[in-house]
Design a protein around this ligand. Structure first.
Ligand code: PMP
Length: 399
């Protein structure tokens, strides 16, 4: 049956992990995948999550099916976190929020829904560069994707003018995707003023705005602040879609927990949208898994745990920030005369180092430092132990 199949291209992120695993060098370092590590390089169970798990463990919880839309307490908490306690949309009950299989699942569900029901142009405009999976998800949902400008490699910063110019030329009623916070891979976000301008521009062009929010709280350590782009657009009257992930900000990577919110204009409309969303979900995976939803719901709905969570994300964001400084200081110490200041200016889990493909190859081949070909490193995987080694290796290949 499969003799005609041609081998598919390996995933640019997961293939880095595979190559790392196969490397016998004891000094090898994995900076490919975006997963937070402790300063000692170990996976991190957030204290708030551990406490939620302990509390859940004491209850005799059953394993019944959830409805298609998922765990309602989780959905309410996720929507409050994204839209804010004071959101009029929430107060008026105009948000449809459903549980999803991580951020990826939320984007996939949203895109599948749009490919079926969006009446405008079925092209998704994504930033250049972006998280590579945006392309796959768009295509697999039956939509085309196109780039808008985002990054200026010369300046090592955002190309906001280019971005606006491109958006001005997007056909009306197309779909535009923004990273709500901590743009992956560049680590550069629009300022609040720039978000406001983008919101106006999207309104003028009559674009459907899709937010991918994979790092809320993780970027600045302040969950409210990190959601301000989404809240600004909603306040300005956009009927956005928001895909949330709890993989990073609760360290629940493998539990596959996320949420999709659509903003509707009336209760009656919401019911119709919801009925179709349930049909889409039923055919894809029937209903989502329980455990991650129980944990997130416990953390966000229990006052003491929520306070602990705010401390936990602040701690992670602070450590990442200090690692950025340490890496740049170490690069100087080992003799690099290049300007690495952009590493400190970027936010979120990643740094877009500016290393080119050849330098990345050398870094991997000669020093067993594993990262994606675009020069992105997961800063959250650096710590006291490996920073000197990585800094020396980067200096060697970038001299
Ligand atoms: N969007 C972006 C921008 C991401 O970086 C990621 C995770 N790497 C996701 C979505 C998906 O997250 P999840 O693991 O929850 O599917």
């Amino acid at each position: 049956w499969w003799s005609q199949i041609k081998a598919g291209a390996p995933d640019p992120i997961f293939s880095v992990t595979e190559a790392y695993r196969a490397d016998a060098n004891p000094q090898k370092v994995l900076l490919g995948v975006g997963a937070y590590r402790t300063d000692e390089g170990m996976p991190f169970i957030l204290p708030c999550v551990q406490r939620a798990k302990d509390m859940l463990g004491e209850q005799k919880l059953d394993h019944e099916y959830l409805p298609q839309g998922g765990y309602s307490e989780f959905n309410r908490a996720a929507a409050r976190l994204a839209l804010g306690e004071e959101s009029d949309v929430l107060k008026n009950g105009l948000n449809l929020t459903v549980q999803a299989l991580g951020g990826t699942g939320a984007i996939r569900l949203g895109m599948t829904f749009l490919s079926r029901f969006h009446t405008g142009c079925k092209v998704v405009y994504i930033p250049n560069p972006t998280w590579n999976n945006h392309k796959n998800i768009s295509l697999n949902s039956g939509m085309e994707w196109k780039f808008y400008k985002y990054y200026d490699p010369e300046q090592k910063g955002m190309n906001f003018c280019g971005m606006c110019e491109d958006i001005e030329n997007i056909p009306e009623k197309s779909i535009i995707l923004f990273h709500a916070i901590a743009h992956n891979p560049t680590g550069f976000d629009p300022s609040p003023d720039q978000w406001k301008r983008l919101s106006n521009l999207c309104m003028e062009r009559n674009l459907f705005v899709f937010f991918d929010m994979a790092y809320q709280g993780f970027a600045t350590g302040d969950a409210e602040k990190d959601a301000s782009s989404v809240r600004q657009f909603i306040e300005d009257g956009h009927q956005v879609a928001v895909a949330q992930s709890f993989s990073k900000n609760m360290g629940l990577y493998g539990e596959r927990i996320g949420a999709l919110t659509l903003v509707t204009t009336s209760k009656e409309e919401l019911e119709r949208v919801n009925s179709q969303m349930k049909i889409v979900i039923r055919a894809m995976y029937s209903n989502p898994p329980l455990y991650g939803a129980r944990i997130v719901s416990q953390v966000l709905n229990e006052q003491a745990l929520r306070c602990q969570w705010l401390k936990d994300i602040q701690g992670m964001a602070n450590r990442i920030q200090s690692v950025r400084q340490l890496l740049v200081a170490e690069l100087k110490k080992v003799g690099s005369e290049k300007n690495w200041e952009h590493i400190c200016k970027q936010i979120g889990m990643f740094s877009f180092t500016g290393l080119n493909k050849e330098q990345v190859e050398k870094l991997t081949k000669e020093h067993s430092v594993y990262l994606t070909a675009d020069g992105r490193i997961s800063v959250a995987s650096l710590g006291g132990k490996n920073i000197p080694y990585v800094a020396r290796a980067i200096h060697e290949v970038s001299k």
